[in-house]
Write a protein that binds this ligand. Structure first.
Ligand code: ADP
Length: 259
């Protein structure tokens, strides 16, 4: 006859039930703390451009509007702040849609070389004197067909390339490499810019994390570019990798399946 104590079984079940509930509570608390921190961060980021545009508009209304030169200068500055605000809201929307899984990836076959050229054209005004080169490794040539969400990968390339341009000196160089690895294409964006210190490298994909807060903000970034890149690539079951050395440069790379 079995001598097992039936109360012991109930006790064990109650115990594991309590542990599961406790874990759920801990998880909820963590999410709540995260949500609060996020709202605080967003409010802070929104305040900066609003405060700036408000300042210019009020100064104009207080009389500066009479002077044609001042008027133009202040309106230009207010418009710049509002453009920044628009970019921020756009990025926030993308990020929140990505995080809640509202966006389904639309997979299709496309030429990533062609897409890269379009991104380069879009950035032409910003790159000024910087050279942007495209390099094919052995065994890869145009066209380079991959299977992914074209529109989202455009955003990834735009964010990586505009960072490479932003964080590189006047006469910097940016190289985009296409390399083959088994059934994948490795796309890398390499710059010879200021690089990223080791202690920051794991944090740059967090929203609003900036290595040098004021310097990056001056450059007009929203602080969300890399967070968006990370989410888009995760949704493709792939990831972004980074190698960097201070004052030498950085390489951001990711893989996509040939298709
Ligand atoms: P931001 O809008 O500030 O550029 P990102 O999310 O795109 O925001 O990047 C986060 C931070 O990572 C930047 O503020 C910058 O400090 C650093 N960073 C990103 N790309 C590069 C790069 N190519 N070279 C040096 N630093 C970079």
């Amino acid at each position: 006859k079995s001598s097992a104590n039936p109360f012991r079984k109930i006790n064990v079940e109650l115990y594991s039930y309590a542990t599961i509930k406790q874990r759920e509570i801990d998880e909820l608390k963590k999410m709540e703390a995260f949500r609060r921190e996020f709202i605080a961060d967003v409010s802070h980021e929104l305040k900066t451009p609003i405060f700036s545009a408000q300042g210019f508009v009020h100064t104009l209304l207080d009389g500066a509007i009479e002077d044609k030169k001042v008027r133009q200068k202040f309106l230009r500055k207010a418009a710049k702040s509002l453009d920044g605000l628009d970019m921020l809201v756009q990025d926030l929307l993308t990020l929140s849609q990505m995080e809640t899984g509202q966006i389904k990836m639309q997979y299709e076959s496309f030429n990533i070389y062609e897409l890269t050229q379009e991104v380069i054209e879009q950035l032409e005004g910003k790159s000024q004197k910087k050279a942007i080169k495209v390099n094919f490794a052995e065994g890869v040539s145009n066209p380079v067909f991959v299977r992914a969400d074209q529109q989202r990968i455009y955003q990834v390339m735009l964010n990586l390339l505009s960072n490479a341009i932003k964080y590189t000196k006047e006469e910097g160089e940016v190289v985009i490499n296409f390399e083959r690895e088994e059934d994948n294409i490795i796309i890398s964006v390499e710059d010879n810019g200021r690089g990223i210190p080791e202690e920051d490298i794991n944090r740059i994909f967090e929203r609003f994390y900036r290595v040098e807060k004021s310097r990056s903000k001056d450059k007009g970034g929203t602080g969300l570019g890399l967070a968006i890149v990370k989410h888009i690539l995760e949704a493709h079951d792939t990831k972004v990798e980074v190698m960097s050395e201070v004052d030498k440069g950085s390489v951001f790379s990711f893989k996509l399946p040939i298709g």
